[in-house]
Design a protein around this ligand. Sequence first.
Ligand SMILES: [Cu+2]
Length: 115
Amino acid sequence: MRELFIPAVLWVSVLGCGSETAAQPADGRPVIAITVDQTGYTPAEVTAKGGEPVRLVFTRTSDDGCGQQLVFKDQKIRKDLPLQSPVAVDITMPASGKVTFSCGMDMYRGAVVIE
Ligand SMILES: [Cu+2]
């Protein structure tokens, strides 16, 4: 019975992830949309308040270029960005400084800076 049970749990967690992306976050954190294509991130620089939790939603809109992977090096976050499928990344801004992100090869670069 265990073999049947595990896939069901996985399916539910994947589904939950997708609906979480589309919905407004329950804690009311700001949502910032970023597009990824062959030119990199648009916008490449976004702002948030120091110490504030935010949700970044990345949507890759082109198979050209190398935006298929998304890396937040300092936060040790690495995610795949499927084409045309929004991926949410929740972070909490530091009190000062900025949060940077890049593609898997560190060619495309973006940042969340404190407003
Ligand atoms: Cu790259």
